[in-house]
Design a protein around this ligand. Structure first.
Ligand code: G3H
Ligand code: 13P
Ligand code: ZN
Length: 321
């Protein structure tokens, strides 16, 4: 089966009222875990590649790995650039056949963000690719010094519903990543763990009222940072802070029903992989065959992805709609 276009996956997800999991891929084991889980759950899936993943694995390795996954499975798979930071990077990915790209100019002033997005949209649309833009700034790791010591940024700024309409109309982006209290990484909240779901509803309504229809919204930073994974990592020698915190699954559920069509998950995959590897290393200090710790890591990521697509995103069973 060839890649399935992001546009087609979005249209079906909006119609079926489920969310697509957009899972980050950095290596073979993560890719196998994600695709095998979705295959078993009959779920369509978006594989997303960040600039860092391309630097880590090399674009050709990632492309060939994904080709292998696509040829060995029969579920719909789209490939997306996560957090593209320049026109040039987006163009490279469009030319390589990605079905969608994100251009993240959310740190720029409003008009500049539009201008950068529009340039990518103009190129992408001529080359059968769709574009995700971001308006507002995620709090936390993205525009911060990082997570060390749990540094929380106060500089994030939430997406305004009226500006969202203006932004989508002027830039021509095909989907919009929103800032509603979400952030990347394992330390998302200080105190109460909640997204601003009222704001999400207002954004969706404003887009609908402006004639943009059932417009696809994207939720970044959607990892739930399960306490049991953090505890397992620490049990086997890790040193995650006490204050790890993610988005409650109940909030993701509401976000899905409110119109978040694409839900981005990376941190939870990292935690699952790390927990499994640490356990093997701790219990078998003499082990040095990478397959002995990468196989359990792959299994643990797969279990996590199965849970997400079945119980949280509700895209399981929709692969052949
Ligand atoms: O939002 C960021 C994703 O988790 C990708 O992270 O840039 O470290 O690959 P990365
Ligand atoms: P998490 O860090 O919550 O997994 O978010 C991932 C993400 O938004 C990738 O773009
Ligand atoms: Zn993100």
């Amino acid at each position: 089966m060839p890649l399935t276009h992001t546009k087609e996956l979005f249209a079906k997800a909006l119609k079926g009222k489920y969310a697509l999991g957009a899972f980050n891929v950095n290596n073979m084991e993560l890719l196998q875990a994600i695709v095998e889980a979705c295959e078993e759950e009959k779920a369509p899936v978006m594989l997303q590649i960040s600039k860092g993943a391309r630097q880590y694995a090399h674009p050709v390795y990632l492309k060939k790995l994904i080709e292998a996954a696509v040829s060995l499975s029969n579920i719909p798979i789209a490939v997306h650039l996560d957090h593209g930071d320049s026109f040039e990077l987006c163009k490279e990915c469009i030319d390589e056949g990605f079905t969608s790209v994100m251009i993240d100019a959310s740190h720029e002033p409003f008009e500049k963000n539009i201008e950068i997005c529009k340039k990518v949209v103009d190129y992408a649309h001529k080359h059968n690719c769709v574009v995700e833009g971001e308006l507002g700034m995620l709090v936390g790791a993205q525009h911060d010094d990082g997570e060390e010591g749990g540094g929380y940024s106060k500089g994030g700024c939430y997406t305004h519903p009226d500006e969202a309409v203006q932004f989508v109309k002027a830039s021509g982006v095909d989907s919009l990543a929103v800032a509603i209290g979400n952030s990347h990484g394992a330390y998302k909240f200080k105190g109460e763990q909640h997204l601003d779901l009222e704001r999400l509803k207002a954004i969706k309504k404003a887009l609908m009222d402006a004639g943009l229809g059932d417009y696809p919204l994207v939720l970044h930073g959607a990892s739930s940072v399960p306490k049991d994974l953090a505890a397992e990592i620490n049990k086997y020698g890790g040193k995650l802070g006490e204050d790890t915190a993610g988005v409650p699954e109940a909030d993701i559920e509401i976000a899905r029903r409110t119109g978040c069509t694409k839900v981005n998950i990376d941190t939870d995959l990292r935690l699952a992989m790390t927990a499994a590897i640490r356990k093997v290393m701790f219990e078998n200090p003499k082990e040095f065959d990478p397959r002995k710790y990468l196989a359990p890591a792959r299994t643990k990521v797969k279990e996590l992805v199965r849970h997400k697509v079945k119980n949280v995103l509700c895209c399981a069973g929709h692969a052949f709609d």
